[in-house]
Design a protein around this ligand. Structure first.
Ligand code: 5AD
Ligand code: SF4
Length: 439
């Protein structure tokens, strides 16, 4: 048998890329590769990239520059670029960085083993197609290796919303949902391998409508199917669009005990003028009404959001509308970004906000969100909650897990094992995590 080769994968960006990297590693496992956590001894380096903001895309080129020396020492080393930068920039990557042997887009990576074989013959390989065939079907034979207690599972990809700032509809393509039975069999397989919590992934996951024998199923219906799987204890999903938050999904938050009380529901801005220019197709009032309904269904739900500051023509008054929306909603978690111009998107043509003004707004917004996060986290002290233990901590006997609300919880002298769900009393709130004791 030929020697096993080593594959080093570096993942940038979102959780879907984390999932895709796992699947690419498995696909390359079939081609004689095992993963390594350092590029130094690798036979192949694969960067799974993100194109969402300019900085993320530029990181790829600086990282590739760092591999020049390695490639010079080891000419057989294969270097590949996958993910959304691969999709968006294709051949441009090979032009800018000739050490790259292979470029593969997010919809074509089931073809990675064939592409790698081509590079072994000294050729370059590029595939940024949106093929007819289902990549997940081609990849379906996952090895039966044991897994940790949490896993991501992609159920939907792509986006038809075309927010004016966003590259996703171009890099990931149109909205596509995976059929219900395929999702369920992948979930059962994960549970057999030790997974207790599954996070369903999609760029617009709540727009899910997977084919199933008797017609399409919604995300809520899929969640109820997953709820029946013994051994699966927790279900989460991300990322959702406010306009796809259907009644049955809101209701499931109140009635499905496996569905965790955490919802990432980006609004991007609190100003109706900016929401319109962003092409969000909802306004501030409809978002706030939606939050009210979700909280009626599940009063303790922890809300998370995404915000963009400094969107073209955002005034201080528009920004204040975002700040007071945040005050009204009270987020337990939030991701905020300075607007980044993405070539090819409608907003790219519009006049920019002064950069130092945008930085100042980002600073003020992050301070407000940090204060809210901390208040919500502090309010957990004294409460008894369920923790799913995921790993050993830094100190002897310490274990780390996640609460229902996705807070990291540390327990000292902990007798719970990895993969165990246990009741914990929260005793302390730290900068980014909670401390508790087993009950
Ligand atoms: N500039 C800044 N942030 C962006 N996002 C998407 N596109 C851009 C952009 N051009 C943010 C949005 C989205 C998150 C994934 O990234 O907030 O919800
Ligand atoms: Fe991008 Fe908007 Fe689609 Fe989210 S909903 S992926 S922000 S276009």
């Amino acid at each position: 048998m030929a020697d096993t080769k080593k594959l080093y994968i570096k993942t940038y960006g979102c959780q879907m890329n984390v999932y895709d990297s796992e699947r690419m590693a498995e696909a390359m496992g079939g081609a004689g590769y095992e993963t390594t956590d350092t590029p130094d001894n690798a036979d192949m380096i694969l960067l799974n990239t993100c194109h969402i903001r300019e900085k993320a895309a530029e990181k790829v080129y600086s990282e590739l520059g760092r591999f020049k020396g390695l490639k010079a020492e080891k000419p057989d080393l294969k270097i590949g670029v996958a993910g959304c930068v691969a999709q968006a920039e294709g051949e441009e990557i090979m032009r800018r960085q000739p050490i790259v042997d292979l470029v593969v887009g997010p919809q074509a990576y089931h073809r990675l083993p064939e592409m790698e074989a081509k590079t072994q013959d000294g050729a370059k390989a590029l595939d940024t197609d949106f093929p007819e065939e289902d990549k997940f079907e081609k990849l379906k034979n996952r090895p039966k290796a044991k897994r940790g207690p949490t896993a991501f599972l992609t159920v939907q990809e792509g986006c038809d919303k075309f927010c004016a700032f966003c590259v996703v509809p171009y890099t990931r393509g149109a909205e596509v949902s995976r059929p219900v039975d395929r999702v369920l069999s992948e979930a059962r397989d994960l549970v057999e391998r030790g997974v207790r919590e599954i996070t369903l992934l999609g760029q617009n996951v709540n727009a899910y409508h997977g084919v199933s024998g008797g017609g399409d199923k919604t995300l809520a219906q899929l969640i109820w199917e997953l709820d029946k799987i013994d051994g699966l204890e927790r279900i989460r999903f991300t990322t959702s669009h406010p306009n796809d938050m259907m009644d049955d999904l809101i209701e499931a938050h109140g009635t499905c005990s496996k569905l965790m009380p955490y919802l990432h529901l980006p609004v991007q801005s609190g100003s109706n003028k900016i929401l319109k220019r962003m092409n969000r197709n909802h306004d501030r009032e409809s978002y706030l009404r939606l939050i009210e309904r979700i909280r009626e269904a599940r009063p303790d739900i922890l809300l998370s959001g995404d915000f963009i500051v400094g969107f073209p023509e955002e005034t201080e008054a528009d920004f204040q509308d975002t700040m007071n929306l945040i005050e009204e909603v009270k987020y337990g978690q939030a991701y905020s970004f300075k607007y980044s111009t993405r070539p090819g998107t409608p907003a790219a043509e519009r006049p920019l906000v002064d950069d130092s003004e945008a930085s100042d707004r980002l600073y003020r917004l992050q301070a407000l969100v940090a204060q809210q996060q901390r208040e919500i986290q502090d309010s957990m002290v004294g409460r008894e909650i369920q923790v799913l233990f995921e790993r050993a901590g830094r100190f002897d006997g310490q274990m780390v897990g996640k609460s229902e609300y996705l807070h990291a919880v540390h327990v000292a002298d902990c007798s719970a094992a990895i993969g165990e769900l246990a009741k914990v009393r929260i005793v302390k709130s730290g900068t980014n995590s909670l401390a508790g004791e087993l009950l």
